[in-house]
Ligand binder design. Sequence first.
Ligand code: SF4
Ligand code: SF4
Length: 264
Amino acid sequence: MDFADALDAALAARAETTGELPPGEQLALTLSQVRSVLPTADNLGATQDDRDLYHLIDTVSDGVRSAFPGSRCQAGCSACCHYPVSLFNVAPAEWKAIARHIETTWDRERLLGFVERFWREHGPALFKMRVLGFLVTLPLPIIPRESAIPPACPFLEDDRCAVYPVRPAHCRSFGHFTVHYWWRRTPFIYGCLEQIARLREALARPGQAPLPSLNPFDVKLWGLAPGKGKLLALWTARTWPRRTLERLSGTARGGEAAKAGPPR
Ligand code: SF4
Ligand code: SF4
């Protein structure tokens, strides 16, 4: 039995005898369990069980929020949808899930409104996005300076995520993990500045559980979803180019009640 198995067994035994574990120990147990099933994960959001990488990331993120009661990441905080999550590389398979979600749940009126707003707000910033997209080529994110940031994520509507059930891995993990780059000696906390400050404060307390590393999840993500990633805005521009507005407004005016569907 290796150390991780021994730790797992000890924590599970303690949970059995005490009924409930303190949040830090619960996080260690969750992590250990997630790590043991991570190699067999084979889908992104399709099964919502231990084979689903999104489910595993969500499970760990929930564990971090419980183990760090001072965490600023709570339902309703959308600051990172303005910056910088929307700038990160989204894998082709992740984008397909978003496009499929829109195709099957939005009607044409809604898609038309979205595409109009996208080209009005993001259209003028697309050149900048393309330059940023070219720079952000590593599977793990490079966080650009705030001054470089064009508008918020196109899917942020009334301060809520319009594609929440199928949001990409970056959106699920931001604010809950550390990332280790080979050129840095120490990992850094992957989150907004406010969340980083809160987590650092908590980590300085004695007995606080460490944060999980995003690296193994990221390796798994790009194994499951190979291909060239793009920023969300660039995927959007490619799937619904400006010329689709004419087609969509024609069908919307014609009162077609069919589901939306991306242009072919
Ligand atoms: S990372 Fe920061 S901005 Fe994003 S949800 Fe957490 S606290 Fe809010
Ligand atoms: S996809 Fe949703 S959660 Fe992710 S950045 Fe966009 S609005 Fe925010």
